[in-house]
Design a protein around this ligand. Structure first.
Ligand code: ADP
Length: 534
């Protein structure tokens, strides 16, 4: 990459930070990312929501010659950002959005500002960037870099796949393939990270990954019963005066629940994409201005909302992936104050989500199901929820001494642990003995000596390991496998839809078994109006 650009020193960077944003210090990895961009490197920044990603590309854009293109999936989000940037300058033209809703005169103005070198940040949706006339225009101007925000949209394994993102590398090549490409995302499992790097064509990019741990957030899962509305009312009333979001899957439920809350004396507004823009922004403002405490919303609410003191995020319905859950709960406690993340879970809801997917292409369904199974595992696990979630994002967490170790229901009410060394060895042998071809479900069948078509077709019932764990039930084995995955003895290949492999650590364990303490998973038994969690 071009490294003939002058590297900016620390005091210059701080001066620019102060000048443009009024901040005295960089947050987290911001300075490293900004420096990397100014040095002209392809750069990949993975930071949790609220980590301050926008500044990472805004500051270098403002400090450099030329226009930075910022690709972002959401028009509303772009508008907020442009307004914020314009607020720091007396020149409106410093930031623009280029999209199809602009009039001809507006487009002319945007182009003129770019040609005059006034525009430092040009926000575009990927669809607009594909337009031939825009490409031709951008080929003729000086660009500083291209930042791809919400870069996980490029991956089918992310929680918000957008096919238009796939074309970005081709467009960059047509514009100026020597300018740096910056990928930014708040959700990146190892698989998604790989996809981003590959599809953006930034192999060797300088990568900066912040910890995804949010030690101030308390995670809790409760069984979802027919009394869920009362459960939510009780929770919200106990937290009265605090700001909170309640997420529901359907618009209908959003409206119903908002009404139920209102009737019960809670100041709440509904929010979903079915309302017109005026109503949406009215309700959003009421929440932001604290005219109401609670917003009951579909996932349409939240992207780009920066209310620092959201004190709770409740999920009336379990989300479709851990990424979504992390993203949505991430809106709580941005000011580092308390944030209670409460999810209501019933397996029935998982089946509902599976059904929603049933008319999608098979590959998409398989991915969707693999992601859903992770949600099931999160809900049912009795281990540290924080450890589980961070492991999902490729991060180690010490559930005893780590920051926020006591901040979840399982950590506060630990289940008894039992020695499971022998069973761990049985699982490892079952995986190896079936040639690492199976997902958890088939491994558990192998252990318990049950057959299905796949087991029979692989003639597993003839093998020694078949039935080697028939003294225990499938729940026991499922829980143990999940805990072994997090402990690193077994690896679940998400991209192979969940096939299990024995890791080196697992092989070492087999050679020299060590103590392994496990806890039983929660079981959620729905009994009509009530549910028992054990
Ligand atoms: P993200 O896009 O990663 O979710 P944002 O860019 O929206 O995060 O930033 C989150 C919040 O942090 C914003 O309110 C922003 O003004 C604030 N912020 C960003 N950088 C700094 C900084 N260096 N010092 C103080 N506040 C910051």
């Amino acid at each position: 990459m071009a490294s003939d650009r002058p590297v900016v020193n620390d005091s210059e960077l701080h001066a620019a930070l102060k000048k443009y944003f009024g901040f005295a210090e960089f947050k987290g990895l911001q300075q490293d990312v900004v420096t990397s961009i100014l040095e002209g490197n392809n750069t990949f920044a993975i930071m949790p929501t609220g980590g301050g990603k926008s500044l990472c590309y805004q500051l270098p854009a403002l400090m450099q010659e030329g226009t930075a293109i910022v690709v972002s999936p959401l028009i509303a989000l772009m508008k907020n950002q442009v307004d914020a940037i314009r607020g720091i300058s007396d020149q409106n033209g410093i930031a623009h959005v280029l999209n199809s809703s602009l009039t001809k005169t507006e487009i002319r103005q945007v182009k003129q500002d770019i040609l005059d070198g006034v525009t430092k940040l040009l926000y575009v949706a990927p669809e607009s960037l594909t337009k031939e006339e825009n490409i031709e225009f951008l080929q003729s101007v000086k660009l500083s870099f291209i930042a791809v925000d919400e870069a996980h949209c490029i991956s089918e394994w992310g929680h918000d796949f957008r096919p238009e993102y796939r074309n970005l590398r081709n467009i960059v090549n047509r514009l100026d393939d020597s300018i740096p490409v910056i990928g930014l995302t708040a959700t990146a499992t190892p698989k998604v990270q790989e996809d981003i790097i590959k599809n953006l064509g930034i192999t060797g990019a300088k990568t900066f990954k912040a910890s995804f741990n949010r030690p101030n957030l308390f995670y809790e899962v409760r069984p979802k019963t027919a009394n869920i509305d009362s459960d939510i009312i009780r929770f919200v009333k106990k937290n009265s005066g605090k700001s909170g979001i309640v997420y529901c899957l359907s618009r209908k439920k959003v409206e119903e629940l908002a009404q139920v809350l209102q009737v019960n004396g809670v100041s709440a507004v509904p929010y979903h994409a079915g309302f017109d823009a005026k109503t949406r922004s009215k309700y959003q403002d009421m929440f932001l201005m604290e005219d109401v405490d609670v917003v009951v919303a579909t996932i349409a609410f939240g992207m780009g909302i920066d209310k620092p003191d959201v004190r709770f995020v409740i999920h009336h319905d379990i989300p479709k992936s851990i990424e979504s859950y992390y993203q949505e709960t991430g809106r709580a406690g941005r000011d580092d104050g308390e944030g209670h993340c409460l999810a209501f879970y019933a397996y029935k809801d998982i089946e509902k989500l599976e059904k929603f997917m049933s008319n999608k292409p098979v590959a998409e369904q398989e991915i969707g199901n693999a992601l859903l199974q992770e949600v099931v595992a999160y809900a049912e696990t009795s281990m540290s929820r924080r450890k589980f979630m961070l492991h999902y994002f490729g991060e180690e967490f010490d559930e005893v001494n780590g920051d926020g170790a006591d901040m979840d229901d399982n950590a506060r009410n630990p289940k008894e642990k039992v020695e499971a060394t022998e069973d761990v060895v049985k699982v490892l042998k079952a995986i190896e003995g079936t040639n690492e071809k199976f997902k958890s479900k088939e491994v558990v069948k192998t252990l318990t000596g049950k057959v299905n078509a796949l087991i029979t077709s692989h003639k597993v019932d003839d093998k020694d390991v078949f039935g080697s764990g028939s003294d225990k039930g499938k729940e026991h084995w499922m829980a143990l496998i999940r805990q072994m995955i997090v402990a690193g003895l077994v690896k679940k290949e998400i991209e192979q839809y969940g096939i299990l492999h024995v890791t080196q650590k697992g092989k070492d364990f087999m050679a020299k078994p060590d103590s392994f303490m496990m806890t039983k998973d929660h079981t959620y038994t729905s009994t009509g109006n009530d549910a028992i969690v054990s």
